[in-house]
Design a protein around this ligand. Sequence first.
Ligand SMILES: C[S@@+](CC[C@H](N)C(=O)[O-])C[C@H]1O[C@@H](n2cnc3c(N)ncnc32)[C@H](O)[C@@H]1O
Length: 195
Amino acid sequence: MKKVQDYYFEKAKQEKYPARSVFKLEEAQNRFKLLKKGDVVLDLGCSPGSWSIYAAKQVGLTGRVVGVDLQTTKKYAFAGAAPMELLKADIFSEEIFTQLAALQFDVVLSDMAPSTTGHKFSDHLKSLELSRRALAIAAAVLAMGGNFYCKAFQGEDFPHFVDEVRQLFKTVKVVKPKSSRVESREVFVLARHFK
Ligand SMILES: C[S@@+](CC[C@H](N)C(=O)[O-])C[C@H]1O[C@@H](n2cnc3c(N)ncnc32)[C@H](O)[C@@H]1O
């Protein structure tokens, strides 16, 4: 297993991404084409920046990427990529909610993860709080027909979260990318066509 993890770590380094997590988005993009040229993308939990960079390359110069994280995210510039605006904020703050709700997005991504305690149930609940906040933000900012791709940790309350997502989108799928560690309970909810 270690070999597979090292493979993604090395691949990220070679492709100049600051984190291996980029492949969890790349795989979804290759399979489901959730990002299109010209899309305006919101990336929640964007630090250290791999998903924002990847999204900026996919949507191109006519698109735009806004990222939010508790931590400062270093900006990188790539030829042909969309402009990126990377904000430092807690997504639970009302200020950031209001700021984002004034904009409209085609895609909302969330790779947010809480700092884990090792206690499965409380980590699961903390992660779902982040996923639910991401869903509330998506509901406030997405254009009709927009897409949502959100990390969540499986556990008792996870099916309820998926039901909540189903109420807002036409199609919903739970995916486990190959680059996601098998021993991790993380999965991604891919929701398309915001109603
Ligand atoms: C796995 S990392 C994201 C990696 C990123 N997708 C990339 O590819 O570079 C999870 C991020 O979620 C952020 N996060 C956790 N809670 C948050 C919150 N309340 N508000 C904003 N960001 C949060 C963390 O600071 C962390 O940087």
